[in-house]
Design a protein around this ligand. Structure first.
Ligand SMILES: [Zn+2]
Length: 86
């Protein structure tokens, strides 16, 4: 083996158990908490929560938790209002 080969470098982080599914995984960084399967799912859920809270806080959703339907505000109050000219 050649000295300094990147293919044979030692593992940076030892195996940990995922905080969500408690399976063992290889962390890619020092602060990693979740395995590569759980991480994107949890990130998406967290992003949805943040977006929903932002929209609620700024009055962009009329009926929180309803989904589609009757979500638009009247006239100039709506977030999608442009000019009123069709
Ligand atoms: Zn996991």
């Amino acid at each position: 083996m050649r000295h300094g080969s990147h293919l044979n470098r030692p593992k940076k982080h030892s195996d940990r158990s995922c905080k969500a599914c408690s399976r063992s995984y290889k962390p890619t960084g020092p602060a990693a908490k979740f395995c590569s399967e759980c991480s994107p799912k949890l990130a998406l859920a967290k992003r949805r929560e943040i977006t929903r809270n932002y929209r609620t806080r700024h009055g962009l959703i009329r009926n929180v938790g309803v989904g589609k339907g009757k979500a638009n505000a009247k006239g100039t109050f709506d977030s999608q209002f442009k000019t009123g000219i069709p």
